[in-house]
Design a protein around this ligand. Structure first.
Ligand SMILES: [Zn+2]
Length: 534
């Protein structure tokens, strides 16, 4: 027993500097952009970190300790489990591991460098997306959409090889396939997650059809498109995962055109009793040549060095993104220094996403618009029905898209040899109600980067939305006397005590059960977004 205990201490001391080093280099590269030296430094740091978990002898020792570890004190047993789980997916021969990394890198570089044929020249993904957002000529829209799918044929065979290798290694480790292995290692029960997806699908079906009917009619009028059904190039992105901006969100952008987004973010978190002043100082918030164009939050050392990267512009999307990223940041910042380093992380990807999403939704909340953005009651009333309708449509569209993607991914790992081109369009038609193009037999699924780059990950976005709604509902009913989220310092202390500080001392569903007196349920999300029509 004391052996296991001292192993955990040693492991803690070993990984701390490696973890911190990796994060620091990730941050440096994100700011510097195209820089071969920094890129090599990052790859080296990642390898050093992963090598820890690739050690076969050490894993054999952990296996022997497994039974014994169950009788450790709860926090120690929990650390042991999480360390053990980190070893599992890395237990393969060194050359297999290198082969997998090389294949992943190859696919990534296809995504980074591919240029599609379009109108006799070459077009980047951003250029094609821009056309889908703005072009009104339906023929040109169709051509642009088709071009966004060309990369699918490049990626699909590479991805399928990778899927076969991942499956082979997972089955060697005793799992039915790679997807099931990843669910188990993420402490997600595959059966209950998919039964949750079943109920989300049936509960959202009628609301989605109705909302989409209205949207389709609006878009067809706009583009002068006369065909029946709804072609995939009707929408503003290649997968119909977003609500088109032309759908009615313009009024929201006007609100933020003359606002200080950074100051509003601070005002928001101040109002719920969470101080982000020091986080803002460490953050890198504005566009610069060469800097990463995305947005993310990074907990560098789990000791308070939490950094946010954004590229803020004065519009609603960036307002929402800032609220989202600082949601991740307060989760990390308000951790409990008394909790062991190995447990001082969010309980799960889905729980930190939930806190980020919960705050990110606020930029469309009428009460928030008055109290934080300073709109008059009359202005807020004028905008609020539209804002709520936009948020609801976004949720419905994202949900149906995610159902399509998650179900497809699971099937792809269950049987990569089946007719995936057909299956993809079958799911798109069933869940997103988009009409498949006639006689199309191409690997359109291959053009979605998440399928290759973030395996068995997408379900966490949906679970995060469900948890966000559950936490909000609990706050309204039990935490905030005025039944509102914004402007209540009790909210910050509730989140800190019940969600942030426990870290990963408990599995995520247990933590959520403690915090909200209920395991994860779809009913709050359904109530907030689907049953209530603005
Ligand atoms: Zn996030």
């Amino acid at each position: 027993m004391s052996e296991v205990r001292s192993y955990l201490k040693q492991h803690d001391l070993l990984v701390r500097p490696l973890y911190q080093d990796y994060n620091q280099r990730y941050w440096d590269l994100s700011l510097a952009g195209d820089n071969a030296t920094l890129e090599r430094a990052l790859v080296g740091a990642k390898e050093r970190y992963l090598q820890v978990y690739n050690n076969r002898q050490e894993f054999a020792q952990l296996r022997q300790w497994r039974k014994e570890a169950e009788s450790l004190a709860p926090d120690e047993a929990r650390q042991f489990k999480l360390v053990y789980d980190s070893f599992v997916p890395n237990q393969m021969e060194g050359d297999v591991l290198r082969d997998i990394v090389a294949r992943e890198t190859q696919i990534e570089s296809v995504f980074n460098t591919f240029r599609a044929d379009f109108e006799g020249g070459r077009a980047s993904d951003n250029q094609l997306r821009d056309i889908l957002r703005k072009e009104t000529n339906p023929d040109r829209r169709k051509a642009a959409w088709e071009s966004t799918k060309q990369i699918g044929s490049e990626v699909a065979p590479l991805l399928l090889d990778l899927v076969r290798i991942r499956n082979r290694e997972a089955s060697r480790l005793g799992y039915p396939n790679y997807y099931s292995m990843m669910f188990e290692l993420q402490e997600l029960d595959e059966k209950s997650v998919f039964s949750l997806f079943d109920s989300l699908e049936s509960l959202s079906d009628a609301a989605f059809s109705k909302m989409k009917g209205g949207l389709d009619a609006k878009l067809k009028r706009r583009y002068g498109a006369s065909e029946r059904g709804s072609a995939p190039w009707l929408y503003a992105d290649p997968f119909f995962q977003e609500y088109p901006a032309a759908g009615g969100g313009e009024a929201l952008d006007e609100i933020f055109a003359n606002q200080n987004i950074e100051a509003l973010t601070k005002l928001h978190y101040d109002s719920i009793g969470l101080d982000i002043a020091s986080l803002l100082q460490r953050a890198d918030l504005y566009e610069r040549e060469g800097k990463s164009q995305h947005a993310f939050c990074l907990d560098v050392d789990r000791e308070g060095d939490v950094r946010v990267l954004c590229n803020v512009q004065k519009n609603e999307r960036w307002m929402s993104t800032m609220l989202h990223e600082f949601g991740h940041a307060v989760y990390d910042r308000y951790n409990d220094p008394g909790v062991p380093f190995l447990l001082r992380t969010p309980a799960h990807i889905l729980t930190t996403e939930a806190i980020a999403m919960l705050n990110g939704r606020m930029s469309k909340d009428p009460e928030w618009l008055v109290r934080i953005a300073g709109l008059s009651e009359a202005e807020a009333r004028r905008i609020s029905a539209g804002a709520r309708a936009v948020l609801r449509s976004e949720m419905l569209i994202f949900l149906r898209w995610a159902i399509t993607f998650v179900r497809f991914e699971r099937e792809m790992y269950r049987d990569p040899e089946q007719d995936l081109n057909r299956l993809w369009w079958e799911y798109v038609e069933r869940y997103q109600k988009v009409t498949p193009p006639r006689d199309r037999n191409l690997p359109d699924w291959g053009s979605k980067i998440h399928l290759a780059a973030s395996p068995a990950y997408y379900q966490n976005y949906v679970l995060g939305e469900l948890m966000a709604s559950q936490v909000l509902q609990f706050i309204h009913e039990n935490v905030s006397k005025r039944k509102s989220y914004v402007g209540n310092v009790e909210v910050g202390s509730f989140l800190t005590e019940k969600i942030f500080k426990p870290g990963s001392r408990y599995p995520w569903d247990e933590m959520l059960g403690h915090a909200t007196a209920e395991r994860l349920s779809p009913r709050h999300f359904i109530h907030q977004f689907i049953d209530t029509e603005p």
